[in-house]
Design a protein. Structure first.
Length: 255
């Protein structure tokens, strides 16, 4: 069975002290307010400088996992300012975000580059959360599914079955990120079902059923329960709400 996952992407936010305070609050709130076996796996993705100190505050062997926001496509080398996947693994990262809409938009990361990053992350033993999504213009032109199919084919479906087993997919309607707009639960379900169908075609039905697909478009404490109730929505990739311990905890509790 596929996992329910809530991943918090802190982006370029917090100081060290703020990061430590935030994760401490989240951990304590989740532990105090939930009982029994965890219904959801929690991934926190702080900025690079805070990975180690934040990771030290996560309970070991439980539902909390450390993730990074990006990695370089090479394992090492003369790439000033970059961070390699083996470095992330060495400080306790289990997950890494790849293909986030902001990386695609602001840093011109294309599917060819992302396919290399996927290979690098997997070689280092990391679990990629691979992001796909469309702009408002693409949606209004009726090209959402065509666009997503190309992103999946060019960036992701070159992996072997064994490699793909380690991947989580995140759907980001770019028009709903930081705009206050959110896809309706029906819109989210429609796209998630389409992505699952594409996985089944590229691999097989077993792989499609086992792959977690997260929604990543302004998911918050108010709409999370409805979104997560959809049959093909397995959790969320959370941005702004991940920086508020109360909101993030409530999203986790939505399962």
């Amino acid at each position: 069975m596929r996992k329910n996952i809530v991943a918090g992407n802190w982006k370029m936010n917090t100081t060290l002290a703020e990061a430590q305070a935030l994760i401490s609050e989240i951990v304590h709130m989740v532990q105090d307010e939930t009982t029994g076996a965890p219904a959801v796996e929690v991934v926190v993705c702080p900025p690079f400088p805070f990975l180690l100190p934040v990771g030290k505050l996560l309970p070991q062997g439980g539902q909390f996992h450390l993730g990074a926001q990006n990695c370089h496509q090479k394992a090492s080398g003369a790439f000033t300012g970059e961070v390699a996947a083996p470095m992330l693994q060495s400080v306790g990262c289990e997950y890494v975000l790849l293909g986030h809409s902001e990386r695609r938009q602001y840093f011109r990361e294309d599917d060819e580059l992302l396919s290399q990053k996927l290979k690098a992350a997997l070689a280092a033993g990391l679990k990629p959360i691979f992001c796909v999504g469309e702009t408002l213009e693409t949606r209004e032109q009726g090209d959402t599914f065509k666009h997503l199919e190309k992103q999946l084919q060019d960036g992701l479906f070159h992996l072997s079955n064994e490699e793909f087993d380690q991947v989580t997919v995140a759907y980001e309607p770019i028009w709903a990120i930081g705009t206050g707009k959110t896809a309706t639960s029906a819109q989210a379900q429609e796209v998630h079902a389409f992505i699952r169908e594409q996985i089944a075609r590229a691999y097989d039905a077993k792989a499609a059923l086992a792959t977690s697909i997260l929604y990543g478009g302004s998911c918050n404490a108010q709409n999370a329960r409805e979104l997560f109730s959809q049959p093909d929505v397995d959790g969320g990739l959370i941005g702004g709400a991940a920086l508020k311990s109360r909101d993030f905890t409530d999203i986790i509790k939505s399962f």
